[in-house]
Ligand binder design. Sequence first.
Ligand SMILES: Cc1ncc(COP(=O)(O)O)c(C=O)c1O
Length: 396
Amino acid sequence: MPAVSSKGARMPESPIRKLVPYAEIAYKNNKTVYHLNIGQPDIKSPQIAMDAVAHHNLEILAYTRSEGSEPYREKIAAYYNRNNIMVNASDIIVTTGGSEALLFAMGTIADQEDEIIIPEPFYANYNGFATASGIKIVPVISKIEDNFALPPISEFEKLITPKTKAILICNPGNPTGYLYSKEEIESLAKIVKKHNLFLVADEVYREFTYDGLKHYSILEMEGIAENGIIIDSVSKRYSMCGARIGCLVSRNKEVIQTALKFAQARLSPPTFAQIASEAALNTPQSYFDEVIVEYKERRDILIELLEAIPGVQVGHPKGAFYCIAQLPVKDSDLFAQWLLEEFDVEGETVMVAPAAGFYSSEGVGKNQIRIAYVLEKESLIKAVNILKAALKEYRD
Ligand SMILES: Cc1ncc(COP(=O)(O)O)c(C=O)c1O
């Protein structure tokens, strides 16, 4: 049999999806599974976006421009301007989800074996995109005890080598829910300027901040126009994960020209989804206000219930809709599998994402899980109670 590539063999499994076969077994055994494992919001997509697709007047479902349709990019630029991010349509490349924006960004800024420093735990698919691009992720550990705040800048500086091309952050963070302060972003800006690096900020959860805190984007800052790249997406903002639309934003013309070549190679982002995403930009603020109140209430309940479980330590999210919980277990992979295969409370169990896959340092995060609070409150309460009962019964 012909052999697959060694790169393919090295591609990591998604820690979020790899337990799916065990969930299938749970379904076959007629168990109800509460999904705390995946960031698929249960919030309705804006009607305005659905209507735009239903009432389209296209006669040919044609390609669009590789960088995305002009009217859509103009409107995205206006959205950023409203958010104090002064860019124009020519600074934006529309992509097939934030995922493709990440791939294009890595392809644009780094060669084989170049290094990107990322605070961990981080969005697990960064591992996959880096492997696919032949790039080495150099992790800098952020700690649950510090609520996953930005590690000291001196820790980043220790890791910079001639191969380092960028620092990548996720703000607000998946899986930590940490929201970087303006001061933290400014300290990152200083270090990328000093060492002539790119600063890539995955800001797909920009709207989801709590406790009156405001997101501060890297491109709100003066002076890093050449260094800054934003990764963005409609998936979570409008609960439109299936649209598969995102974008890459930079004021660095060379970055945009280079990313555009990657975009040309895949021809264009999906046409219908751009129609939906363009319409979604007219979503009224009241939609977000309601969604944010809902997520905040869920977060508050979740954290309170988790902290009441003996031996559980939780990071306090200030944004996005995830948290990391440290459990009194040795290996959360085995625990998560056991929850699906062997445990239930009156026919109900939970599915969680083992957190080790959100780290690239070997052996770190093995006793942690990521919880996504994308279930309505009643189900969330039931799910945490099941987790509590499970921890009481489980033996490593
Ligand atoms: C931090 C982060 N970045 C990027 C993505 C990619 O999202 P999409 O490709 O759906 O835009 C996700 C999805 O969960 C995410 O959590």
